[in-house]
Design a binder for this molecule. Structure first.
Ligand code: C2E
Ligand code: MG
Ligand code: MG
Length: 798
């Protein structure tokens, strides 16, 4: 049967004009009987059976009469006549019995044929030799959706067919007319115009003369099968198309993968094997699996078969063309009603691209973008593996000293290059199996595998430090490149990666505290360092949690002891430790760069307090604020100061910015520029801790500060140490000659106060006068009120 493009247009129905709408009184079975009797009377009963029977009867009668006549020819005429009559009657009796017998057979045949006809589900038709439909079976009429067989009678059978089907019908008709049965499959419309598919067979019915007298046409309604087949074929084609174009392999294997039932065409592009190769050699694909991946794959296949569970496996194959591909196969066992696995179906796909992307992502996720070294997560992963496998190793935590300064002075691009060089130097100095990672910023970490004793680790750490100060420094215009290294050892300092990281970090911190450019082992860190380390961890959240507070210390006029100004000194109100002095956290803030934010807060809070005091009457009171080297390098410093002054409506001359000598010296050019900008704003500049740093009076000329604050170490020696007294006097004299005022810090005794007064010192500051305390306490100090007279000594303290 040929497939048809569905749906077919409605075919013209030759009967439509002849449809007889009259209802028929007779039932279906009566009509069947009618059809059958017509058929039998026309082509069977009348022409074949009675003629034969009559001929038999006649020949039998005549034959018997002749024999008897011949045998008794000598007898009398009467006897002859009687005998002849007896013979004739006997012959007729035979014939009659024969006819009766035939009739009985005929009736049985008619009944049988009637039953058969009734049972026949085809559309039966008797066609005249010109193709006109003489009779149609009752069921046939029903299949053709006709009101009755009569509605179809007389219609030209060929007119039901169109197109190719018409040609096939014509050929079948011509064949049947020539005496040969002919069949064809085609579609034609019913009387209601519905297209149906038919398997039609035309059988010639010949008359006595041997000529074809009529045609019996039996058409089986195969519409349902045809549509089903069409759907199946379409589905099959769709599947085939999909299998062909999708780069997936659909397969069906026997329960233990020993036979291949089906494998889709995609196997050629994915595995480089043809479906034929696999059906001949079902395990051909397994031979392509790379040796390392074969055992896990086979184990998964065994598991799927034995546990009757779905499974999935990713493995590599080396295709016949030599290229290696990643494959992901999924398998689902299919069971029969008794829960026996009948086959395993699944899909295999080429996931090479996906794997490559994953590998690239994995690389990206575990690599430091700047240096190409492993990053923190890769280091941690590596450490976890070593800890799990109980492999001895040492962790070195390398942190560059004052990198923030280098970053700011060299610029970011040069600093990045410096980090890259450091990465190269570290890698070059270590054994090839050492893992070197950059944890971020200027922090590096090294894992040295093996049972390293402390002596060899110390040698390694020292050689790294030497390389930093020689190799790296040589390549860059950096003033110095040093690092601090902390070393922890597995399992001595911890069995877990995080314990080892923390102890190496603490050891590194201890190395920094110990003067930088050195290394420490984890067990060498003191409890002080541990405490500081913990503080460092809490620092980043301190500002947001309002944990910083300001204390203030008075700056007095030495004769009257009147308070001319106050110095703001920051404290960290730690939730667990209470007030923490700036010496414990300012260096950490500086190192981390956090000082910029905290410093901005100090300026703002100090001026806010000054504004309150000025508003309360101390109009000329000044505020001193300490600014560190890191803040000085920050572009925003001048703006921060300017804005705070405006915000709190404080005259700029009432703000004194204190900078240490070393802060100024870290980058003298930049410092000078910032100082000039601050001066333009109108604030006063003080050089703090004078005498401790570079102690060059040249800076006094270069930076032209407004005030010099003599370091408390000199004040402490006043009166006890003649040299110190001379130095203090010299500083005061020289400063005055340059138009710079002098404040002496750390005045603890009356003797010191007198010495300073005698030396012409402009201001004094120290515990003897006021101790730093919070703003609330300070106003209650006797000496605080500007109106207070000389002689008042501090009664205030923290
Ligand atoms: P500094 O600016 O030289 O401050 C003077 C330090 O000497 C203060 O220590 C003060 O408490 C202490 N002091 C005052 N009078 C006496 C005395 O008679 N005897 C002794 N032994 N010490 C005295 P403090 O408050 O611990 O501050 C230490 C340093 O921390 C400050 O030295 C300053 O450099 C820095 N600092 C304080 N607050 C800030 C701030 O807000 N920003 C920055 N960048 N640094 C700050
Ligand atoms: Mg100060
Ligand atoms: Mg000082």
């Amino acid at each position: 049967m040929r497939p048809k493009a569905a749906p077919c247009p409605k075919k013209p129905n030759p009967l439509e004009s002849q449809v007889d709408n009259d209802a028929h009184a007779n039932g279906w079975s009566a009509r069947n009987q009618q059809f059958l009797s017509y058929f039998l009377s026309r082509f069977g009963q009348r022409r074949t059976i009675p003629v034969t029977s009559v001929l038999i009867a006649i020949s039998a009668g005549v034959g018997i009469g002749a024999v008897v006549h011949h045998a008794v020819s000598e007898a009398a005429m009467t006897v002859r006549l009687v005998l002849s009559m007896v013979a004739g009657v006997a012959g007729l009796a035979v014939v009659r019995r024969k006819l009766a017998f035939d009739y009985a057979q005929q009736s049985a045949a008619t009944a049988l044929a009637g039953g058969l006809l009734h049972a026949n589900r085809d559309c039966l038709k008797v066609l005249a030799t010109d193709g006109k439909m003489l009779r149609v079976s009752e069921h046939g009429a029903m299949l053709m959706e006709a009101e009755s067989p009569e509605q179809l009678a007389g219609a030209d059978w060929l007119d039901f067919w169109t197109g190719e089907d018409r040609t096939a019908a014509e050929q079948a008709l011509a064949g049947a007319l020539s005496g040969k049965s002919a069949s064809f499959t085609g579609s034609c419309a019913t009387t209601k115009g519905r297209i149906k598919w038919w398997n039609s067979t035309l059988t010639p019915v010949t008359g006595d003369d041997g000529a074809v007298a009529a045609l019996l046409c039996a058409s089986e309604d195969v519409t349902q099968q045809s549509e089903l087949l069409k759907t199946l074929r379409e589905r099959d084609e769709l599947m085939h198309e999909m299998e062909l174009h999708v780069r997936l392999v659909f397969y069906s294997y026997s329960s233990h993968f020993e036979r291949c039932h089906h494998v889709s065409a995609g196997v050629e592009s994915v595995f480089g094997l043809t479906p034929e190769e696999l059906s001949n050699r079902p395990s051909a694909w397994l031979e392509l699996v790379v040796p390392e991946d074969l055992e896990p794959l086979l184990a998964e296949m065994r598991r799927i078969a034995t546990e009757v569970a779905e499974g999935r496996c990713e493995y590599r194959i080396r295709r016949p063309d030599g290229c290696v591909r990643w494959i992901r196969s999924t398998a689902y066992p299919v069971c029969d009603s008794s829960a026996n696995v009948v086959r395993i179906v699944g899909v295999s796909e080429d996931i090479t691209l996906e794997q490559e992307r994953l590998a690239a992502l994995e690389h990206l996720a575990h690599t430091d973008g700047l240096t190409g070294l492993a990053n923190r997560s890769a280091l941690i992963r590596h450490m976890k593996t070593l800890c799990r496998q109980n492999v001895a190793f040492a962790l070195m935590f390398v942190d560059l000293d004052r990198f923030k300064v280098l970053n700011d002075t060299l610029g970011h691009t040069a600093a990045d290059r410096l980090l890259q060089d450091i990465a190269r130097v570290i890698q070059g100095a270590l054994p090839p199996d050492a893992c070197v990672a950059r944890l971020g910023g200027d922090e590096f970490a090294v894992i040295v595998k093996g049972d390293s004793d402390k002596v060899s680790l110390a040698t390694l750490a020292q050689s790294l430090l030497n390389l930093f100060s020689s190799d790296v420094r040589k390549d860059h215009a950096a003033p110095f490149v040093t690092a601090s290294i902390g070393i922890s050892i597995f399992p001595e300092h911890g069995r877990e990666h995080d314990a080892l990281l923390t102890s190496a970090d603490i050891a590194m911190y201890a190395a920094k505290k110990g003067g930088r450019n050195g290394f420490r082992f984890a067990d060498e860190a003191s409890s002080d360092v541990l405490g500081d380390f913990e503080l460092e961890r809490n620092l980043p959240t301190a500002l947001a949690s309002n944990q910083f507070v300001l204390h203030f210390q008075g700056i007095h006029e030495p004769a009257s002891l009147a308070v001319k100004g106050v110095e703001a000194l920051v404290r960290w109100n730690h939730p667990a430790r209470g007030l923490v002095a700036p010496g414990s956290f300012i260096p950490i803030l500086e190192e981390s760069g956090f000082i910029v934010e905290v410093g901005a807060w100090v300026v703002d809070a100090a001026l806010a307090q000054l504004a309150v005091w000025q508003a309360a009457g101390s109009k000329e009171l000044s505020m001193s604020v300490n600014v560190s080297a890191r803040q000085l390098r920050d572009d925003a410093l001048v703006a921060i100061v300017d804005q705070a002054l405006r915000k709190h409506r404080v005259p700029p001359r009432c703000l004194q910015i204190e900078l240490t000598e070393s802060a100024l010296m870290e980058n003298p050019t930049l410092a000078q520029a910032t100082l000039m900008a601050l001066k333009r704003v109108g604030v006063r500049i003080a050089i703090d801790d004078f005498g401790t740093g570079y102690s060059s009076l040249r800076y006094l000329a270069d930076f032209s500060p407004d005030i010099v604050k003599i370091d408390l170490s000199f004040t402490a020696r006043l009166g006890r140490d003649a040299a110190a007294t001379s130095i203090v006097r010299g500083i005061i004299q020289m400063s005055h000659e340059l138009g710079i005022e002098v404040t002496a810090e750390g005045v603890e005794t009356n003797q010191q106060l007198h010495a300073l007064r005698d030396a012409g010192c402009d201001y004094v500051q120290g515990y003897f006068l006021t101790k730093p305390t919070n703003a609330g306490n300070l106003v209650h100090c006797e000496s605080f009120a500007p109106a207070f007279a000389a002689g008042a000594t501090s009664s205030c303290s923290d």
